[in-house]
Write a protein that binds this ligand. Structure first.
Ligand code: SF4
Length: 284
């Protein structure tokens, strides 16, 4: 996930209520974890095929995580370790409930009318939605086949896991460009920048709609040369990128880091003011 304050988007400011729930009982009226019905080998196989996935939580949102009113699924698991992550509990494959594709799709269909009226749909976020690729692929295809607008919120680090056929089931990609300079990207995430650019180049070649998201963190990502580098990357994808969102850092996740026994490095960093977020000459 991008992990700034989504409601403080600078290019097209929009506010939306967020209704969040744990994943348990996402599509099952009994509220049970699908894993309870499966033996260990069956569960292993179901995860391999994508019949089930570990879903951390879900949310009904308006005008964030894509257009209209959306159901956002937060998947467990992420290969990045962003210093500003406000949901570090989604990084590992430890929290959440095992959900079946069919239950999620049934739930999505119940909201289909709201999605249609509002121009919304499904967003799969995380964690990293491509971490459990088999499950994400299945949900996206089923939702898309049912006429529901689909979106992923991804760092792009695992973009190579998506086939062109998978991309046919995705209407919009929210692509986090967490920094423009490779060294800053590594400092922010612990990973390398190149896969994100490669994925963005591929989306551009395919003409896929993209919203780029960048989190502005004072003292970490706000150096002018880093912002210039983000602008340069975005300009590579001219014509494909519909929107650029600059999300101001916040430290609301600090308590979760402590709760997990992890060191939170941005304790003393204050959120940037909105003038800084909206004032870059390259229009970021
Ligand atoms: S660590 Fe993963 S879930 Fe957290 S902000 Fe980074 S990409 Fe998103």
């Amino acid at each position: 996930m991008a992990d700034g304050i989504n409601s403080s988007v600078t290019v097209h400011p929009e506010l939306g209520p967020r209704i969040r729930g744990v994943a348990a009982g996402l599509g099952d009226a009994t509220g049970t974890d699908a894993a309870e019905d499966l033996s260990r080998p069956e569960l292993f196989e179901a995860r391999r095929t994508g019949d089930v996935g570990l879903v951390h939580s879900w949310e009904l949102v308006t005008a964030v995580d894509g257009p209209g009113t959306r159901m956002t699924l937060f998947m467990s698991g992420c290969p990045l370790r962003c210093q500003y992550c406000h949901n570090p509990d989604t990084m590992g494959m430890k929290e959440g409930t095992v959900e079946k594709v069919e239950d999620i799709v049934a739930k999505l269909k119940r909201y289909a009318r709201i999605f249609k009226v509002s121009g919304g749909g499904l967003t799969i976020s995380g964690g990293e939605p491509l971490f459990q690729i088999a499950f994400t692929r299945r949900v996206l295809k089923a939702a898309h086949d049912a006429g529901i607008h689909t979106c992923i919120d991804t760092s792009g680090f695992l973009g190579a896991r998506l086939s062109d056929e998978d991309l046919d089931s995705i209407d919009l990609v929210l692509l986090d460009v967490k920094s423009g300079l490779p060294e800053t990207y590594h400092e922010v995430t612990g990973q390398i920048l190149a896969p994100t650019i490669e994925f963005g180049d591929r989306l551009h070649a395919l003409g896929k709609k993209v919203w780029v998201r960048f989190v502005l963190v004072p003292g970490l990502t706000d150096a002018p040369d880093n912002i210039e580098a983000v602008a340069d990357i975005v300009s590579r994808w001219k014509g494909t990128v519909e929107r650029v969102e600059v999300l101001p850092f916040h430290n609301m996740g600090a308590d979760k880091w402590k709760h997990l026994g992890l060191k939170y490095t941005l304790e003393n960093v204050r959120p940037p003011n909105t003038r800084i977020c909206s004032g870059h000459p390259r229009g970021l």
